[in-house]
Design a protein around this ligand. Structure first.
Ligand code: GLP
Length: 261
């Protein structure tokens, strides 16, 4: 795992945006396929990418995007549906073609068929070049809660009580947070050619430590990143505060073969 520890959230956004911009710039003519995440963690990264687009430093016309997850039982027009959140935080600020932005369908009459169709669409796009991830306080990625199978594909899940409580801030009341979701599986996420996880703040420190230094265990779904060949974690000092080998990671960071990477 490639671990980059930076001073603050602004630096996380800058480093992560640069990694994504490199993938977009180096993609073949058909364009890059980027996996996008909701939550507050990647918002700074989207902002830093939007600045590059606005200044003309980055062309996103050929970018295809796939979101990780969506609530079930929430109108896609609801402001907190991930359809709305992705449009507001990714599609519009990054100037993506809405026809090339995909979000799982949590309102389908046949959810299982919609999940299979989502997997098919990812495959037809040629797979995901880079998947951007945040991490939940309980170690979830996407909405893959603890004990999710490492082989799982896009499917319906029940949200953990902690996740519903964490996300209650986006709704009028805790009871309004949907009980179910559709999420790419850990197996789906691991199929991406690169993974890039961003985390800031002390509330993520335990989950980050379990992900990087704990055993590969379904109790911490993000520990699946240990099994990926090209997983990069960009975190600020607060999120890194419970790591045991911080000095070693900083040493490696300062002495990377051939510079960054
Ligand atoms: C959310 C999303 C995840 C996200 C995580 C952390 O519920 N489904 O994709 O990474 O929880 O959210 P935040 O970044 O707001 O802490």
């Amino acid at each position: 795992m490639d671990i980059t520890i930076v001073p603050d959230a602004q630096a996380v956004a800058h480093v992560a945006a640069e990694r994504i911009a490199e993938v977009i710039r180096s993609a073949p003519a058909a364009g890059a396929v980027i996996g996008v995440a909701t939550g507050s963690s990647p918002l700074g990264t989207y902002g830093a990418l939007a600045e590059r687009v606005a200044s003309g430093a980055l062309d996103t016309a050929n970018v295809t995007a796939f979101a990780l997850d969506e609530y079930v039982g929430l109108d896609p027009a609801h402001p907190e549906s991930y359809h709305s959140v992705i449009r507001r935080t990714v599609t519009e600020p990054l100037g993506l073609d809405p026809a090339r932005v995909h979000v799982p369908d949590g309102a389908a009459a046949d959810i299982d068929a919609a999940c299979e169709d989502y997997e098919r669409r990812i495959a037809e796009a040629g797979g995901v070049d880079l998947q951007l991830l945040g991490i939940g306080a309980n170690g979830h990625i996407g909405f893959n809660e603890p004990t999710s199978s490492f082989a799982s594909r896009t499917r319906m899940k029940t949200l953990a009580p902690q996740t519903r409580a964490d996300n209650a801030r986006f709704f009028d009341s805790a009871d309004d947070v949907p009980m179910h979701c559709v999420t790419q599986g850990l197996g789906t996420i691991l199929d991406a050619r690169r993974l890039l996880l961003v985390a800031q703040g002390e509330s993520k420190a335990d989950a980050v430590a379990a992900m990087i230094e704990g055993p590969v265990a379904s109790l911490c779904p993000a520990s699946a990143l240990q099994m990926h060949r090209r997983a990069t974690v960009v975190i600020d000092r607060a999120a890194a505060s419970k790591l045991r080998l911080t000095e070693y990671y900083e040493f490696v960071q300062a002495h990377r073969p051939g510079g960054a990477g």
